[in-house]
Design a protein around this ligand. Structure first.
Ligand code: UT7
Length: 332
């Protein structure tokens, strides 16, 4: 049976964070940096990191269980699990398969996708297609990241930024006119060299960029990414609003990927959206990559910020380079 005339919306949300807090003062002891520099240049005060022996999927499992419960369904009801990650514990099995097994979602197909920090927006865009066509009823998208495991802890340009978390949503059919009203995703592979994280192959150029022992770490041209991010978040937000014949005045809350407070301020300033419409988490959690939007969403839901009918924007950018936006009419 086709769902083509029905909406696709978020039925449940959940998140999970490691218990260990790493403050800027802790980082002062590791690299040549200061609490003052990190706060002023990034807006980050502290972040959560997994200990060395704990896999990222443990966070993913907790977030998934919470999202399923919040949706009022059981794990056996899930038809598909998509995990968005650029820091998987294993290449094989995928984090999605690990989570599927651990939560007992026996009926669900499962796969990982990588669109770096834009992953969550890509994930819900893909999930929406399966539900719209009627192929599946309940699809879970989990942003599950352990960036601390691929961070160069000797590189002050990156180690003060990244952290660990997971955030999950369950998507399913909702009343027409509610849920995901539009999405817009894009990529520019010709600029892929601005953020890299080698895996099975390492080019000489990757080795050159990584002076320290561990070569399988993230390297980034921070200023290039910052300029791209501000521009593309404005562009992607305007594109998805235009398609729905809405304006920035119609936006109740905007959930951007949270990489740096200066990027967020720059983007909302260009859009003419007040900063108090952004549920901020960057100060306490750092850059948690594809988990940042669902974690911020979960906190907004749990603190009763959202009401039925609110227009939400999800907008992300990241390695690839990639970007994406979604317009969601909140339906819970
Ligand atoms: O999730 C998507 C991926 N990542 C991002 O979105 C990150 C985007 N970029 C950024 O957030 C910013 O570009 C950074 C926070 C990474 C850097 O901020 P910036 O204002 O662009 O600084 P910069 O790279 O231009 O560096 C300015 C100075 C440099 O020193 P010199 O060359 O001027 O002497 C850096 O070496 O700041 C220095 N610096 C630091 N100083 C103290 C860089 N990192 C640090 C640090 N502590 N942690």
């Amino acid at each position: 049976m086709s769902n083509q005339n029905r909406g696709v919306g978020i039925l449940g949300v959940g998140s999970a964070l490691p218990e260990t807090v790493m403050t800027n003062f802790d980082l002062e002891k590791v690299v040549d940096t200061s609490d003052e520099w990190i706060k002023r240049r990034t807006g980050i005060s502290e972040r959560r990191v997994l200990d060395k022996d704990t896999p990222a999927y443990e966070l993913g499992v907790k977030a998934a269980v919470r999202a399923v419960e919040d949706a009022g369904i059981t794990a056996e009801d899930l038809d598909l699990i998509i995990v968005t990650t650029n820091s998987p514990d294993y290449l094989v099995p995928s984090t999605a398969c690990i989570i599927q097994g651990k939560i007992g979602a026996g009926k669900a197909a499962a796969f990982d996708m990588n669109a770096a920090c834009t992953g969550f927006v890509y994930g819900i865009t893909v999930a929406k297609q399966f539900i719209e066509t009627g192929a599946y009823k309940y699809v879970m998208v989990v942003g599950c990241e352990a960036l601390s495991k691929i961070t160069d802890w000797e590189d002050r340009n990156t180690c003060v930024l990244f952290a660990d978390a997971a955030g999950a949503v369950v998507l399913g059919p909702v009343k027409e006119g509610y849920g995901i009203l539009g999405t817009n995703i894009g990529a520019d592979g010709s600029a892929g060299h601005t953020i890299t994280s080698p895996c099975c192959h390492i080019d000489p150029v990757d080795i050159e960029k990584r002076p320290h022992e561990n070569k399988r770490v993230v390297w980034m041209d921070g200023s290039a990414v910052l300029k791209f991010a501000v521009r593309i978040m404005e562009q992607a937000t305007r594109a998805v609003l235009e398609e729905a014949k809405m304006s920035t005045d119609d936006v109740d809350f905007i959930f951007p990927h949270q990489a740096n407070i200066r990027i967020i301020e720059g983007a909302v300033d260009r859009l003419g959206i007040p900063l108090d419409k952004v549920p901020l988490i960057i100060g306490k959690y750092g850059n948690i990559s594809s988990a940042s939007i669902p974690v911020a969403l979960d906190e907004a839901v749990k603190t009763n910020k959202l009401k039925k009918g609110d227009n939400l924007i999800f907008v992300g950018f990241g390695g690839g380079l990639t970007w994406g936006s979604a317009l969601v009419k909140w339906c819970k």
